[in-house]
Structures are given as structure tokens and as C-alpha cells.
Design a protein around this ligand. Structure first.
Ligand SMILES: [Zn+2]
Ligand SMILES: [Zn+2]
Length: 1024
């Protein structure tokens, strides 16, 4: 990185006493053999990077000529090549520190999958089955993928049912209700809940949901034979999970799914046609014929057409509704064909349901009622007939809308359908099922119902017992806290009592007892599943806190003068080393005898070396404590309060963007609070104004909701106006710094702003008139994009000229990518950044840290030669915080992570109109990155003008982001919709990678501010 290179350079400037610390000019190359300049502190070379070191107040460093080298080399030494001391005193060189940091963060990152996203499934249960004969010999399961409950049940505009056959069924010969699905409302978890009876856990997230992430049992597996037809995305997972060869699948190939491209309903007619020809072919195939006539047969028809049409045309479209009609006709045909095939033996049960619903805008995955409410219609052998009721209460208004008030609605949870199917054809309940048998659907004796319920309870209790056994085996007996409500004796009690009730024909009591038992067992299952969560979470948090403390100590030790020289005590450190080794061994031993997985060792042992490193710095802590005690208590508490508040605001802004508004309003008051306004009234006033202006943006809706092209054009004109104004100012005041080339660059940039404004307006006009994207506009757009990365490098490296030139170039690109108010955002943000640079100067002066340099003549090109950095001041923590805050503002100012996902294609219309996810994604990332670049460039300017080492600031940023990461670690969600879980993980990952991201941005900013490309010149020595 450039910054490293810049810092490694030997000092070439004599800047004695600028910031209260001496500086030197060095030229010799042999470390330790340089005569020490008069009046300076000693200087040495870092053994790692061979760069020059300035020695801090603790310093000993290599050695100057004629001065003894540091005894046993254990002393602290400051190294400018990196913020870290390179001597063995901390026992960590640069590479070790980076490696340790990466390792610690990797472990933190990976740990969430072990802590939150582990599979709850257990194995090794015995199958249980109702001892009484089942009502049906075979079951036909129709799953209409993506069918909403209301789409099926509601009447159309002519007051006629959408699906006449199914309506007739639920009115005359079956039972109906709503099946409530859980989030994520996706096809795979939906089918798993239906057929295997459990809600697929989020551990599948990590495994991509492609293959079977975990082994599980299903109704299909328990059946004698299952034949299934439908999509290759769904069927294979049940065939693969089945033992033996009795689950048969017939899928169209994934490639030939295109045949449904014109009309997705063809996906459904394909299934119906194949079922019909399958039954026809069985008449000439004796083996197949007898197999079809066996008991415990399942026929599964997966109908993907409705889902596909819903995605393509949305649920209120003609296509979606017509597809429902196609499915209705198909179900009618198949049902009568099957009844005929079996000679109307009355031994066939039918179920029609759906895996999930669909939102009005054609998506699914989250928890909106339109996604979680799916229809359930059951009829045939063993199923209750419609029950007439006079009144029934549900919180929703659907019954009236659907004109079904008088037919009993029986709602179930999606996983309850698996035990229902199992009980209809008399197979064991799927082993991992957590569903409760919906008894009201059954048309059978009370005895049968009680027995079935009892089987259901025993089957779920079995899972509980296995889970408890597993946990008990891997936990030391004195550490094991059992789930009290369901102790061994309680379980036996429950079972005995239920048996007794059944024997006494008290079936209702038996059923209610079974329901209690099921609920307790499910509670216990989740108790044992999350048993280790607290302990692991605490281990990780310990490591996290230890690491952050260590980084804070490194900052204090190497960048401040809060601590005094401390002589390391050899004896003490040896004792410490052994003590920590013993602690580590004890932990390892405990884990070993409990036979924990290897990852547990990593999580539990990691805090040991981290805290060892912290405790070794005990003298620094003592020094610090002594220092702090001399301060006022109120000051300390105030500082802590302000820091906590600041970090909380940052954390909350990830969830509520409006929190940033509060933060910015507090910022607006900063000059008043710190009395800064007294010395710079105008600057302070502009600062306050711009803060308030920027505070408006987080309150606006996420970008892309309402395009507002006139606003974008107005922004373009405003930018032009500002640049004209600043050009006029520059020409008047600093003529000598201007050259023809620079004016030319300036002119090009203003031209590109003009062109961008024109392109945006004409492109959107032309698109509105359906004339497509004019080729000329497209060419201009791409050229502007290309030139914007080069133009700033051609401009002068004087602070404000360079920054302004960067702004103009980025603005021209940003305008092209804008569709509304967000176009103003970078303009206001960089306005604030300009004032910030000025304000930091004032602050520096306010705290007496520096003589105010003239910013107007400050040149980036010479700035990197300054190896003079001052000690960290408490105010620098605030400076770093401002930076992190502005970075977060840059991210959430106009949108959030969700808006990156649901991205509005309108914003790239100036570049391309053909759908190309890769290109569009790239352009969107560019749009997101532009505000970051602006903030980073401003921060770069702040760093160099306040003589701060970028590395020390990064350590502070690291601390801030680690504290935030600890917050997000506890906020990771393992439940909720796809989006909720994904967002909580991405928050965590985002904060974790914040430091790396900021370092990248810093490198880019340095490149943009310091590098200068020279145009070929005709006249030499034109400018000075
Ligand atoms: Zn689906
Ligand atoms: Zn879908």
C-alpha cells in the first residue's frame, strides 16, 4: 500500500518541534551507526521493515553511534512502518500482528455458524406407528407450488370460484383450511415441512440447499412405494434421502424447463399427462400393476406452473389465475382416473396444498401473510366431510370474502400435514417430524384418534430423549442441567396416564394429555438444541473483548505518552506464561473428557493467548490506571458515556437509518459544545448548516422508489454553478498556482458535468417516449466513466484544488447513475467534508497541538515526505469516530443493504438497457462506492494536515469496528425470513470487514490525492 511505502521513506524534512516532539533528518543506511542529531530524540530503524523509527517517550530503539544498544533487546520500540512495536517486548512483529488479527477475526466470523446455525435434527429414534388399521391404502398429494390461499378460495368477479372442482370438493366431500407455513417461504423448506414434518433449519443456509444438507426421514421414505412427478429441483431430495429403492421420480430436465417459457402452465400439463400415461402403461406391466395395488402407496404431483407464472406475471395476472384453472381441471381428471383405476374402492385419500404463497409483486421468502398462508384441501378415504357451522371466529376477514362462513375452516401448521398423511395410510410418522396430527381432518373412531395422537406424542418424545441423551453424554454430570418439566419420571408418568385413559375409553382426556406432552417435548428439544449457546457465546465474547483490549493497549503504549517506561520482568513473565498454559490445558482437558467437536477447542482456547497478551501488558494498564485516577472522575465517565453513545448510534443506524440523523444533529452542535465556534464563527456556522442538511438524507425513502429526473438535472446545474464560482475565486486569488494545463483539466471536468446532466435528461426523455437509449448518450456515459478516474490525477496537487477536482469527476459519474434526490447526496457530503478539513485545523489549534498551517497552499505531493507524526491525543479518538460515522453515513445515507439487493435497474439506464446482471451489479457497486471515496479522500486530507499517522488511526477504527462487531454478534438471528437472517449475517460480516475495507479505501484515496500525471507539455517551466 502506498501509505506504507510513504512512511518507510527516511525522513527528508527537518521539522523540529512542530508538534512538540523532535524530529530528525536521517541519511545513513546502517542501523545503529548514525550520529544522533543535536536536540533530537533517538532514531532507529525498525528491524522488520528497515524503515526509520521515531522513538516515543518509552523509547530505546536500536542505537545511535556511541550509545549502548538496548539491553537484551526487550524494550519497547516504535516503528513507523506499522503501528506496532517490532521488538520482542510485545512479541509480535507486523506480520504476526496481521496474522493474529486475521485469525481472531476468522474464528469470530465462522463461530456464528456453530453457535446459531447448527442442525437441530437427531438420529437413532425408533419409528412409531398407530396400531389400528388405517383408513386409506394410498394417498395422492398435489402440491401447487406458490399457490396463495386467497387465490384459490376467493370468488372471481362473476362470483364464480377460481377452481370449480376444488370448491365443490370442500363444499361437498372434504375438509379444508389454511396451512400456515414458516419463514423462509421457499420451495425446499416448504416441501420438507410438508413431507418430512419439520421446519428445515438455517444450517442449510451454510450448505447452499442444493443437496440434502442433513439426512432426514419422510413420509415417502416410510411408504411402501412413492411415485412422484414434477420439478428436478424438488423431487430428487426425497428420493435421495430414502433408504432402499422405493421412491421413484419423473422429472422434466432442468434444461427442458424452457418448454414452459411461453406458458408455464405447460409444466403442470406435463405432470398430468405423464401420470395418465403411467397408469395406462401399468395395465400392460404386471409388476407395476401389483405394486400400484399395494398398501401404503403415495403418488406425489409437484405442479410448478403457478409459481413460475406468479414470478413472471404476479398473482393478480390473468396467467396466474388461468394456471389455477388448469390445475383444477388436472386434479379433477387425475382424481377420477385414479378412482376408476382402483374400481372406486374408497381407499384413496387426496390432499391438495402448496409449499408457500406469493406476494402481490411476485416474490416469496419472507413472512408476509400472502406468503405464509397456503390452502389445504383434503378428501377421500378417512377424511371428514364438510362440517356446517353457524359461526366461527378467525382474526382475518377471509371467510366472508370467500363466502365460506358456514363451512368449518380447519387451520394447521405446515408440518402437521406430514403426520396427517402418515396416519391416513398407516405408516410410521417421519422420525424428525415435529407436527401435531390435525385430528379434525380425520373421519375415524375416537379410539383411532387417541391411539394416533399417542403415537404422535411418543414419536416426538423419542426425539427429545435422544437429544437429551446426546447432551448428557457430552456434558460432565455436575455441569448438566436437565430440562426440568420433562424429567424421566415425568415422562413415564405421562405415558402411563395416557395408556390408562385409552384403556378406560377416556379418549378426550388422552388426547389433551398427549398434546401437553408434545408441547413439552418440543420445548425441551429447543432447550437442548441451544444448550451450549450461552457458553460458546461467552467464550467468543471473551476472545473479542480480549482482542479489543489488546489493541487499545497497543495504541496507548505506542502512540501516546500516557505510560512511562516499564522494564519487563523476566521472572514474572515466565510465571505468567506457565499460568496461562496451565489454564489452557485445563480447558482442553475439560473439552476432551466431554468429547466436544474440535471447533469448540478453537472457540474456548482462543481467549487464552489473547488474554495472555493483555495480561503481559499489565504494567501499561497500571500506568494507565494511575494516569486515569489523576483525571477527574466526571471527565472519565463523560468520555465513556460519549463513546458508548457514539457506538450505539452507529449500531442502531444499521437497523434504523434515521439514527444517523440524530448523530448528524449532534455533530451539528459539536462546535458549540467544544467552544470551537468562538475562534472560527463562519466555518462553524457552515459546518452546522451542512450537518443539518445532510441529516435530511437518512430520513428520505430508500433510493429508486420515485424517480425524479428534474432534481438530478438541477443538481448537475448546481454543481456547474459551484465550480464556476470556485474557478473564479481561484483565478482571482492564486494565479501563480494555475497553469494552462490545469485550467484545461478544469474545463474538461465542467464539460463532463454538463454532458452528464444533458445525457441524464435526454436518456430518460427518450426512454419515456419508448425510443430506447440513444447510442450517442451511451458513448458519452461510458467515456465520462472512463475519464473520471483519470482527470483528477491531471489536476494540481494543492489540497483544495485536488479534492475539488476529485469531487467534480465523481459527481459526473454519479449524476449518470442517479434517478432522484440521491444525486444531491455526494454534493452535500463533500461540502461537509471540505468544512470538516477546516474544522479539524481549528480543533488542532484549539487543543494547542499545532500551529495552524495554511491549508490553501498545502500540497498533497509533499505531504507524504513528512515523517513527523505527533502523539495521539484524546481528540483523535473523536477524529476516527467522525471518519467511521461518515463512512456509515455514506453507506446508509441514501439506502441500505436491502436496497443493494432489491436494486433499481433504472439507475443504470444511461449505460445499458439490456439486462446484464454482472454489468448492472458492477455499476451499482460503483454508485455505492463513490460517497466512500469522497469521505476517504477528505479523511486522507485530515490525516496529513493534522500530522497523524494513518496507522494509529486505523487501530482506533479497528477498536470501534470490533466493538460494533461484538454487538452484531449477539444480534445474529437464526429465525425469521431469508432476508432477516441474511441481513443479520451481512451486518456482522460488514462490520468485521470494515477495517479491511477502510484500508483499501485509504489506499485508493492516497493514490487519488498524491499521484499526478503530467500531460505532455509544449512549454516547459511554465508553472512553478
Ligand atoms: Zn415453491
Ligand atoms: Zn418460487
Amino acid at each position: 500500500m502506498t501509505s506504507l511505502g510513504a512512511l518507510r521513506r527516511p525522513p527528508s524534512l527537518w521539522l523540529k518541534g512542530v508538534a512538540g516532539v523532535g524530529a530528525v533528518r536521517g541519511s545513513a543506511s546502517v542501523p545503529g551507526m548514525v550520529p544522533r542529531p543535536q536536540g533530537t530524540r533517538r532514531l532507529s530503524r525498525c528491524p522488520v521493515c528497515v524503515g526509520w523509527n521515531r522513538v516515543g517517550p518509552l523509547g530505546h530503539a536500536g542505537s545511535w553511534e556511541g550509545e549502548p544498544s538496548a539491553p537484551n533487546g526487550r524494550e519497547h520500540q516504535l516503528c513507523l512502518c506499522w503501528i506496532l512495536p517490532c521488538q520482542p517486548a510485545i512479541a509480535m512483529g507486523v506480520p504476526v500482528f496481521i496474522l493474529a488479527g486475521l485469525l481472531v477475526h476468522c474464528v469470530f466470523l465462522v463461530s456464528i455458524f456453530d453457535i446459531y446455525f447448527s442442525s437441530p435434527l437427531v438420529h437413532g429414534m425408533t419409528p412409531h406407528q398407530t396400531p389400528l388399521p388405517p383408513p386409506a391404502k394410498r394417498l395422492v398429494l398435489f402440491v401447487a407450488d406458490g399457490l396463495r390461499a386467497d387465490s384459490l378460495y376467493e370468488l372471481n368477479s362473476n362470483n364464480r370460484p377460481q377452481a370449480p372442482y376444488l370448491r365443490a370438493i370442500l363444499e361437498n366431500n372434504g375438509s379444508w383450511g389454511i396451512s400456515h407455513t414458516r419463514v423462509p417461504t421457499e420451495s425446499r423448506p416448504g416441501h420438507v415441512a410438508l413431507i418430512a414434518g419439520f421446519y428445515e433449519d438455517v444450517s442449510a443456509v451454510a450448505k447452499g440447499w442444493k443437496e440434502n444438507p442433513v439426512e432426514f426421514d419422510s413420509v415417502f421414505n416410510q411408504s411402501k412405494y412413492t411415485w412422484s412427478w414434477g420439478s428436478p429441483d424438488i423431487l430428487p431430495m426425497f428420493a435421495k434421502g430414502a433408504t432402499g429403492d422405493h421412491v421413484y421420480t419423473f422429472c422434466y430436465t432442468a434444461e427442458s424447463e424452457d418448454f414452459g417459457a411461453q406458458d408455464a402452465a405447460k409444466l403442470d400439463t406435463w405432470v398430468f399427462d405423464h401420470v395418465k400415461s403411467f397408469f395406462n402403461s401399468s395395465r400392460s406391466n404386471q409388476t407395476l400393476f401389483s405394486a400400484l395395488n399395494e398398501d401404503k402407496v403415495v403418488l406425489f404431483l409437484h405442479l410448478l406452473g403457478i409459481d413460475t407464472n406468479g414470478h413472471a406475471h404476479r398473482p393478480y395476472s390473468r396467467e396466474y389465475k388461468e394456471n389455477i384453472k388448469v390445475v383444477d381441471d388436472g386434479v379433477k381428471e387425475i382424481a377420477s382416473m385414479i378412482e376408476n383405476f382402483y374400481g372406486n374402492d374408497g381407499k384413496t385419500a387426496f390432499i391438495l396444498t402448496s409449499d408457500h404463497g406469493m406476494t402481490d409483486w411476485g416474490s416469496h421468502g419472507a413472512g408476509h401473510p400472502s406468503e405464509t398462508l397456503t390452502p389445504l384441501i383434503v378428501w377421500g378415504a378417512g377424511v371428514n366431510y364438510p362440517q356446517k357451522v353457524t359461526s366461527q371466529f378467525f382474526e382475518d376477514n377471509f371467510l366472508r370474502e370467500w363466502k365460506l362462513e358456514n363451512l368449518k375452516r380447519l387451520d394447521v401448521n405446515q408440518a402437521d400435514i406430514a403426520p396427517l398423511m402418515a396416519s391416513l395410510i398407516g405408516v410410521p410418522f417421519p422420525l424428525n417430524s415435529v407436527g401435531t396430527l390435525p385430528l379434525e381432518y380425520l373421519n375415524n373412531s375416537a379410539h383411532f384418534k387417541a391411539e394416533s395422537m399417542f403415537t404422535n406424542a411418543v414419536q416426538i418424545l423419542e426425539q427429545f430423549k435422544v437429544k437429551m441423551h446426546q447432551k448428557k453424554e457430552t456434558t460432565l454430570s455436575f455441569l448438566f442441567t436437565p430440562f426440568k418439566p420433562l424429567s424421566d419420571s415425568e415422562q413415564i408418568n405421562f405415558l402411563k396416564k395416557t395408556r390408562l385413559y385409552i384403556q378406560q375409553h377416556k379418549y378426550d382426556e388422552a388426547v389433551s394429555l398427549c398434546k401437553t406432552l408434545i408441547n413439552l417435548a418440543l420445548e425441551g428439544l429447543s432447550y437442548y438444541h441451544t444448550y451450549d449457546r450461552l457458553f460458546l457465546g461467552l467464550s467468543i465474547a471473551m476472545g473479542f473483548v480480549g482482542w479489543t483490549t489488546y489493541v487499545i493497549l497497543v495504541i496507548i503504549k505506542t502512540h501516546t505518552n500516557l505510560t512511562k517506561t516499564v522494564q519487563a520482568n523476566n521472572k514474572e513473565s515466565t510465571v505468567l506464561f506457565y499460568a496461562f498454559t496451565i489454564v489452557g490445558m485445563i480447558i482442553a482437558f475439560f473439552l476432551l473428557i466431554q468429547a466436544r467437536p474440535w471447533t469448540y477447542y478453537v472457540y474456548c482456547l482462543l481467549p487464552v493467548p489473547v488474554w495472555y497478551a493483555v495480561v503481559r501488558e499489565l504494567p501499561v494498564i497500571q500506568d494507565l490506571a494511575a494516569n486515569l485516577l489523576s483525571l477527574h472522575i466526571s471527565q472519565c465517565i463523560g468520555f465513556l458515556l460519549v463513546s458508548t453513545l457514539g457506538i450505539e448510534i452507529l449500531v442502531f443506524s444499521f437497523f434504523y437509518r434515521s439514527t444517523l440523523t440524530i448523530g448528524l444533529l449532534i455533530f451539528a452542535g459539536w462546535p458549540v459544545i467544544t467552544q470551537l465556534w468562538v475562534q472560527a464563527k463562519t466555518t462553524a456556522l457552515i459546518w452546522t448548516l451542512l450537518c443539518v442538511l445532510l441529516a435530511v438524507f437518512p430520513l428520505m425513502p430508500v433510493v429508486g422508489r420515485e424517480p425524479n429526473i428534474p432534481l438530478v438535472i438541477a443538481t448537475g446545474l448546481l454543481t456547474l454553478l459551484i465550480s464556476c464560482f470556485s474557478l473564479a475565486c481561484c483565478c482571482r486569488s492564486e494565479n501563480k498556482h494555475r497553469s494552462n494545463e490545469e485550467l484545461k483539466v478544469y474545463f474538461y471536468q465542467m464539460l463532463s458535468i454538463t454532458l452528464s446532466t444533458y445525457v441524464v435528461s435526454s436518456t430518460h426523455d427518450s426512454l419515456k417516449n419508448k425510443q430506447g437509449l440513444p447510442v450517442l448518450n451511451q458513448i458519452i456515459s461510458w467515456m465520462t466513466l472512463a475519464s473520471s478516474s483519470v482527470l483528477p490525477l491531471l489536476s494540481s496537487t494543492f489540497l483544495f484544488q485536488r479534492l475539488f477536482s476529485i469531487l467534480l469527476s465523481l459527481m459526473s459519474t454519479y449524476l449518470l447513475l442517479s434517478t432522484g434526490y440521491e444525486a444531491l447526496f455526494p454534493l452535500v457530503l463533500s461540502g461537509l467534508m471540505f468544512v470538516w478539513i477546516n474544522m479539524e485545523q481549528e480543533a488542532l489549534q484549539h487543543y494547542g497541538l499545532s500551529v495552524k498551517p495554511k491549508l490553501a497552499v498545502f500540497n498533497f505531493a509533499y505531504a507524504t515526505d513528512i515523517t513527523q507524526f505527533r502523539q495521539l491525543h484524546l481528540d483523535d479518538v473523536r477524529r476516527s469516530f467522525f471518519f467511521v460515522f461518515f463512512i456509515v453515513t455514506a453507506f446508509f445515507g441514501t439506502g441500505n443493504i436491502a436496497s443493494v439487493n432489491s436494486f433499481d435497474p433504472a439507475s443504470v439506464y444511461c449505460f445499458l438497457t439490456v439486462f446484464s446482471p454482472f454489468m448492472m451489479g458492477g455499476l451499482l457497486v460503483l454508485k455505492v462506492v463513490i460517497p466512500f471515496v469522497l469521505v476517504s479522500c477528505a479523511f486522507e486530507a485530515v490525516q496529513v494536515t493534522t500530522q497523524l499517522s494513518s496507522k494509529s488511526l486505523f487501530l482506533i477504527v479497528l477498536v470501534i469496528s470490533d466493538i460494533m462487531a461484538l454487538h452484531f454478534f449477539f444480534l445474529v438471528k437464526d429465525y425469521g425470513s431469508w432476508l432477516d437472517i441474511g441481513t443479520s449475517i451481512s451486518h456482522y460480516v460488514l462490520v468485521m470487514s470494515l477495517t479491511i475495507f477502510m484500508m483499501l479505501m485509504n489506499g485508493l484515496a492516497q493514490l487519488l490525492t498524491t499521484k499526478r500525471l503530467e500531460l505532455p507539455r509544449r512549454t516547459k517551466h511554465h508553472s512553478t
